[in-house]
Design a protein around this ligand. Structure first.
Ligand SMILES: *Cc1c(COP(=O)(O)O)cnc(C)c1O
Length: 449
């Protein structure tokens, strides 16, 4: 224990005493996970930490309510409360993003994408999206995903030298492919995305535009990244990466009421989305997640949340700058968002993303090994790592702590002894020294809820 550190015991006492009595095994595992999260550094770009109020809504009796449909048009009785919950969650989502329509039912970001795609496309229709092997998302048409099986997917790629999106090349490709849908947004891209340009391209070829901002939603809500809501026909996002509960969200801006293009029926786009949600892709919504989304969207309107999104970027820029200064190959030379992409192979010839991830984890720092654009290494080896600053920022860390973290990462990646693509050794005394420093740092910045 460190001064100021909350014990997992105290944190869980009130909500979890019943669980402990009824299922000690799961209680122990949850306690273990709390301790892992508290005592190690979470530098995963796709993760965040929700508030206690969000956790409370998730664990509430609202989870018992079952019904299909949308507020005012349900398939079960007893919906007056959940109707209000859903209306409130949608109204708050609209306010948070400045949107005209919000659908808070998607169980996940992937399902939000499935809903949008099946709402407007028929099997075999063409989709142009960010290549999966370069950080696009499986739900944008990865060959193993449902979207990849039902639609004809063409991928666009980043420029070979700059690793930036090349809008002229994407436009040219769009003219060749003539897709019905263009998807933008990625999981491995650290620079600003020009949504306006994507919309211009979509308009030129008569396609719809879907912007998946799963990684950027918090920044977009705070105005720390330009918004896509009025440029894209559909905006999708996961809700947990921005610091809310698990789940997905679909938003629409000025085009929400447009009649659907590729159909004889004169159905407005937002209604197509509702029909594709249920019965199209999902059954009963998770009303506890919906209540938690409502709580979260309210939180995002606070000055603290907004300021934090800018701080997340400031911390990521500092991390990128520090590592660059230490000789690391930071992709694109820096970052405009919360993630920092590093080619570890350029640091030391035999080093791989997998070894970097595992050796850092041995020392208490959790990061992702990451396939980088034009990576020649296999998927489970990779040349890169992806770092993210949402959680350390959430817990109050700033420039000084980012400097310490940069040094700790550097010492591990320089000292780890590489034996093969995935085997390595770290000196025990080094591992203990770094792990202790990480624990002390985490102890000074207990998890905030
Ligand atoms: C994380 C992510 C998703 C997936 O969200 P899930 O809720 O995990 O299904 C979708 N798109 C992008 C770009 C993502 O990064």
């Amino acid at each position: 224990m460190f001064p100021g550190q909350l014990s997992s015991q105290a944190f869980h006492e009130d909500i979890f005493s019943t669980l402990r009595d009824d299922d000690s095994r799961i209680y122990e595992l949850i306690t273990k996970e709390y301790e892992r999260l508290q005592n190690t550094l979470q530098l995963i770009a796709a993760e965040n930490q929700c508030s206690k109020a969000v956790l409370a809504a998730l664990g509430s009796v609202i989870q018992n309510k079952t019904t299909e449909g949308f507020p005012g048009a349900r398939y079960h009785g007893g919906c007056e409360v959940v109707d209000e919950v859903e209306r409130l969650a949608a109204a708050r989502a609209k306010e948070a993003f400045g949107a005209k329509y919000a659908n808070v039912q998607p169980h996940s970001g992937s399902q939000a994408n499935q809903i949008c795609m099946t709402a407007i496309l028929k099997a075999g229709d063409k989709v142009l999206s960010h290549g999966l092997e370069q950080g696009g998302h499986p739900s944008h048409g990865g060959s193993g995903s449902l979207t990849g099986k039902f639609f004809e997917i063409e991928s666009y790629f980043v420029d070979k030298r700059s690793f930036l999106l090349d809008y002229d090349a994407i436009r040219e490709q769009a003219f060749k492919v003539r897709p019905k849908l263009i998807v933008c947004g990625a999981s491995v891209y650290s620079r600003e995305i020009d949504f306006k340009r994507f919309r211009e391209i979509a308009d030129e070829v008569g396609a719809y535009l879907l912007a998946d901002i799963s990684h950027l939603a918090g920044l977009v809500m705070a105005g720390a990244h330009p918004s896509c809501v009025d440029y894209a026909h559909f905006t999708t996002t996961s809700t947990y990466k921005a610091g809310g509960p698990r789940g997905g969200l679909i938003l629409m801006g000025k085009d929400y009421d447009l009649p659907m293009k590729f159909s004889d029926r004169d159905m407005p786009l937002w209604k197509c989305i509702q029909a594709a949600t249920f019965p199209g892709v999902q059954g009963t919504p998770y009303f506890n997640n919906m209540a938690a989304k409502a709580v979260f969207f309210k939180e995002t309107l606070s000055d603290e949340y907004k300021a934090r999104q800018f701080k997340i970027i400031e911390n990521a820029k500092r991390l990128a700058g520090n590592l660059s200064g230490l000789g690391y190959d930071v992709l694109t030379g820096g970052t405009d968002n919360h993630m920092v992409l590093i080619n570890v192979e350029s640091l030391r010839e035999a080093l791989t993303g997998t070894i970097a991830q595992r050796s850092l984890e041995d020392c208490g720092m959790t990061v992702d090994a990451m396939l980088l654009p034009y990576d020649k290494k296999p998927v489970f080896i990779t040349s890169g790592i992806r770092l993210g600053t949402p959680i350390v920022t959430r817990n109050g860390m700033g420039g000084q702590e980012i400097d310490s973290i940069s040094e700790l990462i550097d010492v591990v990646l320089r000292e780890v002894k590489v034996k093969s693509d995935s085997e390595y050794e770290i000196d025990k005394s080094l591992r203990d020294e770094v792990s202790n420093k990480v624990k002390q740092l985490c102890g000074r910045f207990p998890m905030r809820y």
